[in-house]
Design a protein around this ligand. Sequence first.
Ligand SMILES: Cc1cc2nc3c(=O)[nH]c(=O)nc-3n(C[C@H](O)[C@H](O)[C@H](O)COP(=O)(O)OP(=O)(O)OC[C@H]3O[C@@H](n4cnc5c(N)ncnc54)[C@H](O)[C@@H]3O)c2cc1C
Length: 401
Amino acid sequence: MDFKLTDIHREIIDLSRQFADKRIKPIIKDADRDATFDRSILDEMGEIGLLGLCFPERYGGGGLDYISLGLACEELEYADTSARVVLSVHIGLAALPIFTWGTKQQKELYLPLTTSGKMIGAFGLTEPNAGSDVVGMQATADEMPDGFILNGEKMWISLSDAADLFLIFAWTDREKKAKRDHSGITGFIVQRNFGGITTGDIKGKLGVRAGKTGFISLSDTMVPKENVLGQIGDGFKIAMFCLDQGRYTVAAGSTGLIRACHDACVEYANTRKTFQTPIGRHQLVKEMIARMYAGYEISRNLYLKAGWMKNNGIANSRATSLAKWISCEYAETAASDAVQVHGAYGFSDEYPVERYYRNAKGASIYEGTREIQKLIQADYSLGYRKDKKDRTELPTWPFDG
Ligand SMILES: Cc1cc2nc3c(=O)[nH]c(=O)nc-3n(C[C@H](O)[C@H](O)[C@H](O)COP(=O)(O)OP(=O)(O)OC[C@H]3O[C@@H](n4cnc5c(N)ncnc54)[C@H](O)[C@@H]3O)c2cc1C
């Protein structure tokens, strides 16, 4: 594994940082407080190539590697989690699955629209009564002569109100549903304009307040057969594949959040004085800052390793899950310590650290909770879980054409 970033990687860091400095940082305090979401940010991300950076040029993408995706996520979350969530969902959970599992026709139709940002993607797996327990889902897809009729409720869906395209997972086999056999679940590419779709926002969230999170209600939504993603019954496998990509982006983003905590604390600790000396001179404050730096380095190495494995087509579910778990743990600790370092000022929105604190909590819940990541790690160690041979990995990089 090569730890040296290329010139292109550095360009992506600069591009993402400049975008975040110009479009996210100036508005984020108000947008977070008022829980407002600016749709034009998505258009601008599309225009500068952020929404298509790791897709082949023939689909309108930038042809860059998966490490570039991670670096962009790190920079965006340095500014705010809601900006990074866009890449996690649109690229990690929607477009990369179509790129990997889609038919030629699906790729040719949808990828140019997603890489340009003309269509925004979302991922509908969770339901009001089924999150970690995926097979507890109730959504159904009944086969008709010319397609499938989907019914169900998806809950806690990022970008639900902004998206034009949804990956929806539903039971196509009711006998298997009764037996909780996940081979009865199928994934569908569903366009908002297929009809019978209502979306809405969840109010009063703890964090990611400048990002949309909501519900998708499907009522007799007719989906053509050509919009099945993969094969009938592949849905669970595809959903787990989606999470492998989403978790990678969350790990990279959380790494950016740790760095944001670190930098805010370094600046504050060098200026705030107690007992006639900058608080950075107190050993207990140093300890918190040292832990942030360690957390940043560890998390960055873990996500870059997972990105390198993705580039090379190496099975990376375990490495990605580990990167997600550890970076989220460190992000929660770093954000809590960052509030502590700022004292009472950290307890108000005069400084950004209280936002980091609220946002960090979410990442330990979505894309598989902290507990689920721990179970995955232990199950690999104990031999209860192995990389599946029939599991499709991401197309290796560089892409042809
Ligand atoms: C901001 C945000 C954005 C989200 N975006 C999306 C999205 O875009 N698409 C989508 O489909 N979903 C999304 N989600 C949903 C998210 O993936 C789920 O919340 C998550 O999978 C957990 O499910 P749950 O909330 O139902 O909790 P539950 O599964 O009910 O778990 C509750 C608690 O029990 C623990 N637990 C559950 N099972 C076990 C076990 N076997 N062993 C030990 N502990 C266990 C969990 O770790 C957790 O602490 C989002 C959630 C949030 C908060």
